[in-house]
Write a protein that binds this ligand. Sequence first.
Ligand code: HEC
Length: 97
Amino acid sequence: MRFSLALCLLLFSGGPVFAQATDVPLLIGGCQGCHGAAGQGGHGIPAIKGTHSRDEFAALMRAFSANERPGTIMGRISRGYTPEQIALLAAHYARPQ
Ligand code: HEC
């Protein structure tokens, strides 16, 4: 009985585990398919590597998720990340400070 309860908790924690991921290679894996392996952009998708400061990058992500910046897809994508994850993405992609 105790075992099944533990198993249930384990199974149902599958979603939130990713929601809390702070592993940078895992996080940027969600960007590379469109923005390129190095964030260089291409095929009509903007470059994101080294194009903005950390603050600007995080502000862009927040603006997309608040529908304050028009976009085809980034509104939905940006809403999938916590502020902590956005800070990690910004640290990875932004211009060196
Ligand atoms: C399905 C393709 C796709 C994925 C996946 C994707 N993006 Fe984007 N991204 C776009 C497109 C297209 C735009 C242009 C705005 C729009 O149309 O939504 C964009 C724009 C941006 C911009 C604004 C760039 C600028 O200078 O205006 C940032 C920042 C950004 N993406 C960050 C990310 C990050 C970080 C991830 C991963 C968490 C990510 N994107 C994942 C397609 C994608």
